[in-house]
Structure formats: C-alpha cells, structure tokens
Design a protein around this ligand. Structure first.
Ligand SMILES: NC(=O)c1ccc[n+]([C@@H]2O[C@H](COP(=O)([O-])OP(=O)(O)OC[C@H]3O[C@@H](n4cnc5c(N)ncnc54)[C@H](O)[C@@H]3O)[C@@H](O)[C@H]2O)c1
Length: 362
C-alpha cells in the first residue's frame, strides 16, 4: 500500500483525538508509521480515541492546542516529522453559528500556526492540509465543484475553510517555492461517515442516538443533498497524496477533491432511512423546523484525483452506510473487540480498493 512509503516515517497528526484523526492514526500505525498526535482532549463521550485506546497504538500523544504556538512549535521541532497531516479543526457548521470567533481562530490561525512551524522544521517534506467540500462558494448547482472554482461559504465554518484554502495557496506562493521547501497540498472531502463518530448535529451519529433512545429520528433538512462517503475513502486520498509529496512530486502540491461517485450523492432523508434499514430499528418521521442556513445541494467533481492520482471511490453510499451501521451495532453489542473490528474494516477496504494501488504517476 502507498508504495510502502509510510513504513518507519515520522508522521505528525493533528486532530488525532477526533473521528477522522482516530481512523487515520490507526491506519498510519498499521502502515508502519511512527505517529505523534497533537490535539485537544476528545470532545465527545464516548469517543473512538478513548474506546479504542488509540493513545497506546501510536508513538506519542500530546494533548495541546494548535493556538498555543510555543507548545506546538516545541512538539513539532522535537518530533521532526517527515510529513504532517493537519486535521484539527472546529468542523461543525451549526456550532460555527454559536462560536464564530473560535471557529475562525482554530481553523484559520490554528492552521497557519501548524503550517508555518512545519515549513521551518528541517526534516519536514510534506504537509496534507485537510479542508472540506464546503470551502467552495455554493451556488446550489447540479454538478460537482472543480478544484479551480471560487472559494466562499455562507456559514462561518464553510467560509473559515474557504479562508484556509486561500491562505494556504498564498502561503505556498510566498514561502514554499524553493526546490527544497516543504510540499503542501489541500484536500477537500465530502460528508464523511463511519463508525466512531459521536459529534452533535451530524446525521448518522444523530440517527444512532435516536435509535438507541427508542425515539423516532427527527431530521432538519430532509431534501438536502450531500456527497456521502466512508471515512476510509478520503483518508486513502490523503495517504495517496501524502505519498506523492513524500516522493517529491511537486505537481501534487495543490488542491484535490476526494468525493464519492455521482450515485452516492443522496438526500439526507434517504440516508436516514438506510440507517434504519441496516440497523433493523428506528423510524424517520418528524422534520425539525430549522432557522439556520445550511446548503441544500453540494457535490464534488473528482476528475482531477482520478486523472492525476488514479484515485476513485471504492464503496457506494449504500456500502458506506452499511459499514458504518455495522460498526455501531457491534460497538453497542458490548462484546466485540472494537479495535480488532475497526482494523478488519480497514483491511477489507484495502483489499477492495478500486483505485490502482501501484498508481502510475504522470
Ligand atoms: N467529518 C466530516 O464529515 C468532514 C468532512 C469534510 C472535512 N472534514 C474535516 O476533517 C477534519 C477532521 O474532522 P472530524 O470529523 O474528525 O472532526 P472531529 O471534531 O471529530 O475532530 C476534530 C479534531 O480537532 C481537534 N481540535 C479542535 N480544535 C483544536 C485546537 N484548537 N487545537 C488542537 N486540536 C484541536 C479535536 O481535539 C479533534 O481531535 C476537520 O478539518 C474537518 O473540517 C470533516
């Protein structure tokens, strides 16, 4: 996998106590990487980080704030990573209405801190900067956004990530032009689902909460359309992009979309119904009235990843929802080793990967 490039590599991973970061920490460790995680404490209870004891699976776990410049600098400089995967963020649209300043500080200034320190660290060759599909100016159009389309964002989360994209591009042009400078790419993924996510106001964790409480599932925006994908899909894109940068391929120091195929772009209500079908429990009935604006139509064009990286999605939305629901069913059955179960889902994904594992790079 990934040309075995992660074997023995030192990887600094921000956001390792979060949903995607926990999965990435496990995957990287299984690829032989020495991972140093840097994040705030898990902000949900339960959390995948605590339940699977991810701290014990990686080289070093630091609880720290990316806004604490001095501590961050000390940790990065001491660890001297080969590559940084930056996932730490305030990632929730609805929380960004309540906490706009925290959202901007964390997402924009926090990212600039990680970027600036890493770019000056002598051994750091590569940086994967995780943003989102919401970074584009949403025109509610019926086709996917391409990487070269304008950044924007109606709500403060989306616009903060649009800002991260603009800031990162400016940082690259200003400070990363020398031949030996760190290579930095930004990665934009869609609505990510998978086991181990207990965040508030996210569809699948919300569905699971309602089902476990024996209540009917209330959804806010039943006809909103989103690109749904299993967590391992964008992570495989980040890892592939990381491989290219570690191999010194400067043409990949750019923005990339990692979304699902068009047939996996589904309405919120249809996803909730699928969750009930696979859980064999639950019912979607009531639609909560909601005043906050959220995009109705959001899709990503993934031609660039396909043509230049050879990356394509592996699972359909149905398969992604099934894998996700299976994870929660097993978790709540209380008699399954969830670390083992999670690793089996990673192995299964690796075996099924549809993109070319030995991708020929142009
Ligand atoms: N989950 C999705 O559907 C999705 C979709 C597209 C992009 N993303 C992006 O992927 C990344 C990870 O998202 P997630 O779903 O795992 O979120 P999450 O909330 O589960 O995890 C966020 C992580 O960031 C850390 N963090 C937050 N503020 C911090 C700070 N000030 N200092 C240090 N660490 C801090 C948290 O401790 C946690 O480890 C984010 O950048 C997010 O914007 C997520």
């Amino acid at each position: 996998m990934f040309n075995n490039i992660y074997q023995g590599k030192k990887v600094f991973l921000t956001g390792h106590t979060g949903f995607k970061g926990s999965w990435l920490a496990l995957w990287l460790s299984s690829l032989g990487a020495k991972v140093c995680g840097y994040s705030l404490s898990p902000n949900t209870n339960p959390s995948m980080f605590d339940e699977l004891k991810i701290k014990d699976k990686i080289e070093k776990s630091v609880i720290g704030d990316i806004l604490d410049y001095d501590k961050l600098k000390k940790e990065i400089n001491e660890f001297e990573p080969d590559i940084v995967f930056h996932l730490a963020a305030q990632p929730l649209v609805r929380l960004s209405y309540k906490e706009p300043i925290l959202t901007y500080k964390t997402n924009v200034i926090g990212t600039l801190n990680v970027l600036e320190i890493s770019s000056k660290c002598k051994n750091t060759k590569a940086f994967i900067n995780v943003t989102t599909d919401k970074c584009y100016e949403n025109k509610e159009i019926e086709r996917g956004y391409r990487e070269d389309e304008p950044m924007g964002g109606y709500d403060m989360y989306s616009s903060s990530k649009g800002c991260v994209e603009i800031m990162s591009s400016s940082f690259r042009r200003s400070f990363l032009q020398e031949n030996n400078s760190m290579l930095m790419a930004t990665a934009r993924a869609g609505n990510v689902i998978g086991g181990g996510d207990w965040a508030q106001d996210r569809l699948i964790p919300d569905c699971i909460r309602y089902i476990n409480a024996g209540e009917k599932i209330e959804i806010r925006n039943p006809v909103a359309v989103r690109p749904w994908q299993l967590v391992l899909e964008p992570l495989s894109g980040y890892l592939l992009l990381g491989q290219m940068l570690l191999e010194g391929k400067r043409q990949y120091a750019d923005g990339f979309n990692f979304g699902p195929n068009e047939d996996s772009v589904l309405k919120v209500a249809d996803v909730a119904k699928k969750v009930c079908e696979f859980y064999e429990k639950g019912e979607v009935v009531v639609h909560k009235k909601d005043e906050l604006h959220e995009a109705n139509l959001l899709m990503l064009n993934i031609e660039k990843a396909e043509k230049t990286l050879g990356w394509i999605p592996t699972y359909t939305a149905n398969e992604a929802i099934k894998e996700t629901v299976d994870w929660y069913i097993n978790f709540y059955s209380k008699n399954v080793d969830m670390l083992d179960f999670t690793m089996k889902q990673i192995r299964k994904y690796e075996e099924n990967i549809k993109w070319n594992k030995n991708c020929v790079i142009k």
